[in-house]
Design a protein around this ligand. Structure first.
Ligand SMILES: [Zn+2]
Length: 97
């Protein structure tokens, strides 16, 4: 499969942002975040605020998104942009909790 380009990507990016926008997956209420091409995570608020930059991002641009995901387990994610933390659905089994 060829990597999606141009309009394909912009459309996919818009869908990803729309998916994380509610902040929690439904059903289940699991915390959502956006995975960026560089492996960083973006919190839903930043995804929504920067939806245009994300949709317009070229490959390897820092706003390039890979997909929406549910943060199931592990330590809280730290948003690469604003530093907000996104708690995991099941906490951190390796942590002290
Ligand atoms: Zn953020």
């Amino acid at each position: 499969m060829r990597p999606p380009t141009g309009a394909d990507y912009a459309q996919r990016a818009a869908a990803m942002v729309a998916e994380v926008a509610p902040r929690f997956a439904w059903p289940g209420g699991y915390p959502l975040a956006l995975l960026m091409a560089d492996g960083a995570a973006l919190c839903p608020a930043c995804a929504v605020d920067h939806a245009q930059a994300i949709a317009a991002a070229e490959p390897f641009d820092c706003w390039r998104a890979e997909g929406a995901f549910i943060h199931w387990e592990g330590p809280p994610l730290v948003c690469a942009h604003c530093g907000a933390s996104v708690e995991s659905a099941h906490g951190d089994p390796g942590g002290e909790a």
